[in-house]
Ligand binder design. Sequence first.
Ligand SMILES: CCCCCCCCCCCCCCC/C=C/C(=O)SCCNC(=O)CCNC(=O)[C@H](O)C(C)(C)COP(=O)(O)OP(=O)(O)OC[C@H]1O[C@@H](n2cnc3c(N)ncnc32)[C@H](O)[C@@H]1OP(=O)(O)O
Ligand SMILES: Cc1cc2nc3c(=O)[nH]c(=O)nc-3n(C[C@H](O)[C@H](O)[C@H](O)COP(=O)(O)OP(=O)(O)OC[C@H]3O[C@@H](n4cnc5c(N)ncnc54)[C@H](O)[C@@H]3O)c2cc1C
Length: 613
Amino acid sequence: MGKSVNPDLAKARSQATFDPANLTNYLYGGPEKLRRKRYLPAFVFKELCTEMSLTDLCLIFLGLLTHVSDYLGLTLSIENMAAKEYKEEGFKSTDDMSREEAYEESMRRAVYTNKRVLQLNLQDQEEQYYFREIFVPGANPFALHYVMFKDAINTQGTEDQIQKWLPLAETYAVTGTYAQTELGHGTFLRGLETTAEYDVQREEFILNTPTITSSKFWPGALGKTANVAILNAKLITKGRNCGMQSFWVPLRHLETHQPLPGITVGDIGPKFGYHTSDNGFLQLNRVRIPRENMLMRYSKVLQDGTFVPPENDRLVYVPMTQFRFVVIGRSGWTLAKAVTVATRYSAVRRQSEITPGGGEVQILDFQTQQHKLFTQIASAYAMIIAAKAAKDLYDSAFSKMEKGNLEDLPMLHALTSSMKAFNTWEMATGVEQCRMACGGHGYLLASGIPQMYTDMVSACTYEGENTVMCLQAARFLNKCQEAANKGERLPQLTRFLQTSRLNISSSLDQDVDLNDIIAAYEFRAATVISEANARLNAGLAMGKSQSEAWNYASQLLVKAALAFSHWFTVRALIENMRGAGFDNSTETLLLQLAKLYALDGMLRYSGDFRKVG
Ligand SMILES: CCCCCCCCCCCCCCC/C=C/C(=O)SCCNC(=O)CCNC(=O)[C@H](O)C(C)(C)COP(=O)(O)OP(=O)(O)OC[C@H]1O[C@@H](n2cnc3c(N)ncnc32)[C@H](O)[C@@H]1OP(=O)(O)O
Ligand SMILES: Cc1cc2nc3c(=O)[nH]c(=O)nc-3n(C[C@H](O)[C@H](O)[C@H](O)COP(=O)(O)OP(=O)(O)OC[C@H]3O[C@@H](n4cnc5c(N)ncnc54)[C@H](O)[C@@H]3O)c2cc1C
């Protein structure tokens, strides 16, 4: 039976000047991907929420026949299960649950999805994500396992280690976490205190958290879920500190799930959000692991304790860079969800009159409401599309890195650091704007928006605190500016520092030219980066040391990184909208949306744009 759609919503939709399917296909990567995205969760929901009859199965089987090529395996595997095993009493909302109950409910769902993903043989990462996101909204207790734990094995492990450990992770024979942050240090990795001392007699590492501040603190899944950690510690061998390395560390017994000898582990307690993620603490009291448990793709410890350094000591950071891309991408989608809820609500909520006596209007008719929401729709598109552009850069650079060419690593680190900060800050502001646009009902957990905010705003902190990430990007931008000052050749991505000029042809009474918009953002970024560099040099001229001058200029350096990200986003949005092959009506609309995004940005940062003329 078709669901009845609210007449106001139906009316609003009927007034669209474009075919939404064109956009949806574009955003999800084409009709095939979109079909899979819609099909899989719906199919299993049906399996979950109703006792599947033989008739159902036949209908599904017949329905699938049209796609027999890629669904045959799916059908046969489902037949084997006939839904008996997965009959649930339906999903219970966790809104009214205690933290313990909410964790257990999320764990129940996550374990279910883990089994189904294996049984349905879903190999595609994105399909796995769609599947899980539907059934485990919010923080998934296995999140670290799915992302950083497996990424660390894949990027830091040798081929033998990958062969040995990855199948255990893929089949959930082990459940992992990524334990780096300590009670005393999260940002300053060189300050991490956990040690891994090599015992040459027994060819083992002795892991130790010597102080209370060295306790691992925050890693997801550490509280209850994980039984193995990829743990970062200071390697000490032959009396020498060889810096941070990664180790495969068993935490809990695989059968009893009890902490292993020398391991003290538990949950860090209630948080602002992410309630269904068991972030935990870990203390190690001289825990021994075999030499083979150090992830040795880039650096090694030989049997006699000799440390073989990596070709580049920053390669140990690759899992963080990889995950920053995940965060960059998901930020836009998080905002997209929030603004969809708020826009639909604004189509059906009637409140107040525009014309006295004219009757209450849809709040979407208020220009202020349109400004609140349309700018966020534009921002969501901008972030999703810029993330795709950044990912394309990442993929080409990463394939070079895998062949040993590390020349793009600094640019990649700068791009991921600045975009992670820019996107998560923009997402946090945007989701909160959407919540407030729904009035009191936006404050209800049932609206879904509060949890989106309290869960996802943590992305401004984890994976590199945003200010720190901006300063990381500014290191690269400042170096490029110094090179530009000397007329040296720059990386492709920052060549605008040498070429950007403000020759805007648009005048205020014309419809603004899109190329002028890109030029304005480029010039603003070049100007802010140059100003930050000038302030740094002014600090040096005042006799400050390099680090004191850096601190003296740091507020401008943060602005420089954000201006760079804003330019990258506006350019990606406009260039991709122009080149996406849409029909005229869709392209016209999207370019209008791109202009709205860019002009709104100029208003929000009018100080920068006024200053650069
Ligand atoms: C909103 C939606 C999001 C939704 C996501 C949904 C996905 C599914 C859900 C997942 C749930 C996720 C749960 C949370 C998981 C969180 C995990 C974590 O938080 S793991 C811990 C993360 N921690 C960090 O990121 C630490 C940040 N700190 C650092 O990276 C470093 O300490 C520092 C870089 C800030 C400072 O390093 P330091 O030693 O002080 O050295 P320098 O600053 O001098 O830098 C030295 C040199 O190295 C270069 N560098 C640094 N980092 C990198 C890197 N990653 N890659 C490449 N190069 C790097 C740096 O540029 C310097 O080079 P130079 O040439 O000298 O400039
Ligand atoms: C929900 C959540 C999940 C997490 N999951 C994990 C996980 O799974 N594994 C893991 O290892 N970690 C995890 N973390 C920890 C996270 O990585 C750290 O919180 C993060 O790196 C920030 O470090 P910190 O907490 O020590 O903050 P700090 O670095 O102490 O930051 C505090 C303030 O100091 C400022 N500051 C710090 N250094 C500088 C600087 N050099 N210049 C200017 N300002 C500076 C920051 O900008 C910030 O304003 C998680 C955190 C959260 C919130």
